[in-house]
Design a protein around this ligand. Structure first.
Ligand code: ADP
Ligand code: ADP
Length: 216
């Protein structure tokens, strides 16, 4: 049976960083809704243009378009054994839609690591984030700098600072997270799949705690 892991947590806490590491160790596909929107933006699709108008303001893209984008992605062959979902679901409507989608895989959400850190840590991480243009690899100017300034170690492409990683927009995104995404903590706790992870630790330590929680 397929395994689905949902990484839950505020903007900047380290979901993408951990999702990439977990995808390598588990061989599950990594699905990042933010990366999918940014890919659409780069390719100037209609979805990309629509998403940008919300992303720039730090607001959520409407549920209907987000859900259909994820449904398409989950229908690809690499998700047959499951996936690590990073940034989706972010609203109760998205969580309900995901549950319905996964019955088609004879699957369900198996684990929900809920990664947390204090607000000042989130702002410091997001505002120092550098993102790879080609494949979304993630760096930090202080905590995880690339070998060459402005160049991705893995694929050599340019690193850029996301427009929505400005301090004001990060604060807005944290507020949106508290209002719209926090209800999912109770939703998944009641299903018995939530595991709380301290995201304030260094990357390796968070990974170790995540892997230990998944083995249980
Ligand atoms: P999210 O996907 O939750 O927004 P990211 O994984 O993109 O978070 O991480 C946000 C920023 O913080 C990135 O610049 C990343 O390099 C850095 N980062 C991630 N995890 C840690 C950590 N445990 N300690 C220090 N910096 C981290
Ligand atoms: P972070 O990893 O820092 O939390 P993301 O890359 O996941 O940021 O998201 C960036 C932006 O993309 C969000 O602020 C929002 O506008 C949009 N977005 C990403 N995922 C979703 C989602 N599941 N529902 C609605 N909007 C989303």
């Amino acid at each position: 049976m397929a395994t689905f892991i949902v990484l839950l947590g505020p903007p900047g806490v380290g979901k993408g960083t951990q999702a990439k590491i977990l995808a390598e160790t588990t061989n599950l596909a990594h699905i990042s809704s933010g990366d999918l929107f940014r890919e659409n933006l780069k390719n100037q699709t209609e979805l990309g243009k629509l998403a940008k108008s919300y992303m720039d303001k730090g607001e959520l893209v409407p549920d209907d378009v987000t859900i259909s984008m994820i449904r398409d992605r989950l229908s690809r062959a690499d998700c047959e054994t499951g996936a690590i979902l990073d940034g989706f679901p972010r609203t109760p409507a998205q969580a309900d839609a995901l549950e319905k989608m996964l019955t088609g895989f004879k699957g369900k959400v198996d684990y929900v690591p809920f990664i947390t850190a204090a607000k000042d840590i989130l702002v410091e991480r997001a505002s120092g984030r550098w993102t790879c243009r080609e494949q979304g690899h993630i760096y930090h100017q202080k905590f995880n700098p690339p070998q060459k300034v402005g160049i991705c170690d893995i694929d050599g492409s340019e690193l850029y600072q996301r427009d929505d990683d400005k301090v004001e927009t990060v604060s807005k995104r944290i507020k949106v997270y508290l209002d719209q995404t926090m209800p999912l903590v109770e939703y998944y706790r009641q299903k018995g799949v939530l595991v709380e992870i301290d995201g304030s630790q260094p990357v390796d330590q968070v990974t170790e705690n995540l892997l230990a929680a998944l083995k249980k």
